[in-house]
Structures are given as structure tokens and as C-alpha cells.
Design a protein around this ligand. Structure first.
Ligand code: FE
Length: 304
């Protein structure tokens, strides 16, 4: 199977107390561990130990973890990343609490991707034995799970090749300079499953984070989340609105340190044989914000 999903996002925050307020009380993630200045969270419908790691000191991305189905997938991905020219380091079990051994890839975009095959199984908050639909006492938005992330890279086409070669990802949607097959790529939305995207890459500086997103069910939940962001004085970047690209429903907002988050619902089922949807720069604003049809200043300029 190879890569199952983006399993965790590990980010820096300037002030842990403020960050905890945001991630635990506004978003409603469950704190599962605090150790060595890091706080670990999971969503209520996630079964693995954690999906978000906060580390005090600065801002921006430390690394992403991608979970593979089988231990053998690690060796396979290691060889593929090395053959692509990437530096790959071995990672021991426990280097990340409750996470198996694996590899750490230094990507062509100058991000760090860890690949691992297991995390301590905690189970979802509703369990697997005659489970209820949701936990009765959710806090704040009560996000069920992490969903995807968007990073920036100098060479988007190169990153698409890397993710195809190494992770077996395929593009579902793309922004190109034109519809021509040899056009330059400005952005790519990629996955290895039916999930519309696990990781998107847009043109920009190396090693930066644009946002990481949490899953919601539908428009109603996205609107409810936006209401809660107002109640909690969360800085909203844009939304609720729809993306043309992926057709997802969204609110972009910032954590207290300035890392952009998103709540994301909808999208459609991805298949590797579905023709890639292609957007051109003249329709980029509609692709990103389907209703406003114009980009706001912060969307293109604020990265961490
Ligand atoms: Fe997104």
C-alpha cells in the first residue's frame, strides 16, 4: 500500500500556553502527552497516539510524519528517496514518543518528512465496539482528525516528481502556466488514496509551511467552526468559503503564533486514473476562493 496518510504535523509555537488554548480549547484536540517541552495531541476520531506536536520556540514547521502500511514500505521509500538524490537518515523507535522506527527524508523542497509504520494505538474516543457517532462532550470545534497540508517549494514540478517517485502519490489538481503538457507547474494537489489531497505544494520559498488542515464533515460544521473562531477571537484569514480546487469547504485561520490552520470539508473521491483538473493563473483566485474570486494579501504572503 505504501503511504496511508499524513500522520502528524510537528510545528513550532511562540507561546505554549496560548497555543494550548487554541489547539485544545478552540479546536478541541485531546492532549495525550507533554514531554521535553513538547505537547502531543490527537483528534477524537484518530486512533494513533498523536497527530499534532507543538514545540515552544519560534514558528513554522519542524516536520511532517507520513504513515505507511507495512514495515517493508520504509525500505522501499528509503531506496526511492535516495535514488531521487535526497539525503535520508534512519530514525529509531522512540525518537518521537510512541512512534516506530523509520526514516527521515530531507526533501528537495527543504522540508523534513518522517516515514514510520506504526504509532501506539490509543483508539478513537468512541471506540470500535458498537461506537456512538461522536463523543458527547466535545470541546470547541471538536475536530475529528488532521487532514492535509500545503507547503511551498521553489520547484513545484520537481516536488511533484519526487512525491510521485518516492511516495507513489498522484496529482488530483494542478495550477499550471497553461493547459499545455509541458507547462510549468505553480501548484499541485497530491494523494495516494481516495482522499482528495494529503499534501499540496505551491510555488514559493523553500522549506515553508502555508497551512495544515483539520477535517470536518460538511458546510454546517465549517460554519459552526467559524462562529467559534469569532467567539474565541481567533484571527480568521478567510472564509467560510469554497475552494474551486478540490471543491472543499473551508475556513483559514491562524493559531496564536501565526501558523495558518484550516478546517476543510467536502472534496471528492480521488482516483489515480481520474484526469487531473488543471487551473490556469487567470482563474487561480477562483480556484483558491471560489466565491470571492480574488486572493487576499495574506494568503499569498504569510508563510511560517
Ligand atoms: Fe488546505
Amino acid at each position: 500500500m505504501g503511504v496511508l496518510r499524513m500522520g502528524y504535523a510537528h510545528v513550532r509555537v511562540t507561546d505554549m500556553a496560548e497555543a494550548k488554548e487554541h489547539y485544545a480549547n478552540t479546536l478541541g484536540l485531546y492532549e495525550v502527552l507533554e514531554e521535553d517541552g513538547r505537547v502531543y495531541y490527537k483528534g477524537w476520531d484518530e486512533w494513533d497516539h498523536h497527530s499534532v506536536v507543538l514545540e515552544e520556540g519560534g514558528v513554522g514547521l519542524v516536520k511532517f510524519g507520513f504513515k505507511v502500511q507495512y514495515e517493508d514500505d520504509i525500505d522501499d521509500i528509503e531506496k526511492k528517496a535516495q535514488s531521487f538524490g535526497c539525503t535520508v537518515a534512519r530514525m529509531s523507535e522512540g525518537e518521537n514518543p510512541e512512534v516506530s522506527d523509520g526514516i527521515r527524508i530531507f526533501t528537495p523542497s527543504e522540508h523534513v518528512f518522517e516515514v514510520y509504520h506504526s504509532q501506539t494505538l490509543i483508539g478513537t474516543e468512541v471506540g470500535t465496539h458498537n461506537p456512538e457517532s461522536f463523543p458527547r462532550h466535545l470541546v470547541g470545534v471538536g475536530v475529528p482528525a488532521i487532514d492535509h497540508a500545503l507547503i511551498t517549494a521553489a520547484d513545484v514540478k520537481g516536488m511533484e516528481r519526487f512525491l510521485t517517485h518516492t511516495f507513489g502519490f498522484f496529482a488530483t489538481e494542478r495550477v499550471q502556466t497553461s493547459f499545455d503538457v509541458d507547462a510549468d507547474h505553480i501548484g499541485t494537489w497530491m494523494t495516494s488514496t481516495n482522499q482528495i489531497h494529503q499534501l499540496a505544494v505551491i510555488q514559493g520559498p523553500q522549506g515553508k509551511l502555508h497551512h495544515f488542515a483539520f477535517k470536518l464533515a460538511d458546510w454546517t460544521e465549517v460554519g459552526h467552526a467559524a462562529d467559534l473562531f469569532s467567539m474565541d477571537e481567533v484571527s480568521i484569514d478567510i472564509g467560510p468559503t469554497r475552494h474551486g480546487i478540490t471543491r472543499g469547504q473551508t475556513v483559514y485561520f491562524f493559531d496564536p503564533s501565526g501558523n495558518r490552520n484550516e478546517v476543510f470539508a467536502g472534496g471528492y473521491a480521488a482516483y489515480p486514473d481520474r484526469p487531473v483538473s488543471i487551473w490556469t493563473p487567470d482563474k487561480l483566485a477562483k480556484g483558491i476562493f471560489y466565491h470571492a474570486r480574488e486572493l487576499n494579501d495574506s494568503f499569498t504572503s504569510v508563510l511560517t
